[in-house]
Structure formats: structure tokens, C-alpha cells
Design a protein around this ligand. Structure first.
Ligand code: HEC
Length: 124
């Protein structure tokens, strides 16, 4: 029997085991943007920040490109002035992560200079 084959197999098995653990860990940390969108509507964030986080006269725009999660939680848990605070009793940590995932999933608008202008003849 070839001893290299045996060790090669053991190394392979160890690597497979490790990647399974990594896959499991990242699955637990995954967020659900669709659930986040539901929460964003149900908990009333949209009332002040608009349905896609575009902002309104009651709250600033918070998407696309929301602040990083660490800053986001601080804003939501301890707002600066007019926004009501959302404690972890009202909005759990995983729920807040889902809301952040939703805001992160909102696409950026098309750059203004990439929009093709209509030829003058079509405007008449
Ligand atoms: C009653 C209106 C209102 C509601 C409801 C509200 N916000 Fe706000 N939000 C504000 C205002 C106003 C600010 C600006 C800071 C302040 O005045 O507290 C703000 C600031 C923020 C900021 C910081 C923005 C920045 O970059 O400075 C984040 C993030 C945010 N809100 C997220 C949320 C989320 C998530 C929810 C729902 C769970 C929510 N807000 C609900 C009014 C609101």
C-alpha cells in the first residue's frame, strides 16, 4: 500500500471537515434582506426614511450605501435627537442585521451623466 495515498486522504478529510464547519458558521451569520425590508415597513422606519431609505422631510436618507453596521446600531439604539430610540427589546440584533442587509441591497441610482439624452428632434 502506498503510504502517501493514506496521508493524502487524511489531509483531504481534515480539510473537508474544516470547510464544512466554516460553511455552517457563515450560514448562521447570514442575513435576510427580504425579512429586513418587511421589518423596515412594519416597524415604521419607512415613515421617516422613505420606503427605500431615500429620506423625507422627517428623516435623512439612509440608503443606498448605509453606514457600516457598527455605526448603524449606535444610530438606531441611541439616536442623535428626533428619531425615537429602538432598543433590543423592540428590534433584536438579528432583526437589525436584516434591516441593514435590506438597506445594503438597495441599488445605487444610475449616474446622471450615463443617462442618454433624447435627441432634440424627439422633444418637439
Ligand atoms: C419618527 C421618524 C423616524 C423613524 C420612525 C425612524 N427614524 Fe431613523 N432617523 C430619524 C431622524 C430625524 C434622524 C436624524 C438623527 C436624529 O434626529 O435623531 C434619523 C437617523 C437615522 C440614522 C442615522 C443616519 C445618518 O447617517 O446620520 C439611521 C441609520 C436610522 N435613522 C435608521 C432608522 C431605522 C433602521 C429605523 C427603523 C427601525 C428608523 N431609523 C426609524 C427619524 C426617524
Amino acid at each position: 500500500m502506498n503510504p502517501f495515498k493514506k496521508t493524502g486522504c487524511a489531509v483531504l478529510m481534515a480539510l473537508l471537515g474544516q470547510s464544512a464547519i466554516i460553511a455552517q458558521a457563515s450560514a448562521q451569520a447570514t442575513t435576510d434582506a427580504r425579512h429586513g425590508q418587511e421589518l423596515f415597513m412594519k416597524r415604521g422606519c419607512y415613515l421617516c426614511h422613505g420606503t427605500v431609505g431615500q429620506g423625507s422631510n422627517a428623516g435623512p436618507h439612509i440608503a443606498p450605501d448605509p453606514v457600516p453596521y457598527a455605526a448603524f446600531t449606535i444610530f438606531v439604539r441611541t439616536p442623535a435627537s428626533q428619531m425615537p430610540p429602538f432598543s433590543d427589546k423592540v428590534l433584536s440584533e438579528p432583526e437589525l442585521r436584516d434591516i441593514h442587509a435590506y438597506l445594503s441591497s438597495i441599488p445605487k441610482p444610475q449616474a446622471a451623466d450615463s443617462i442618454k439624452l433624447l435627441p432634440k428632434a424627439e422633444l418637439k
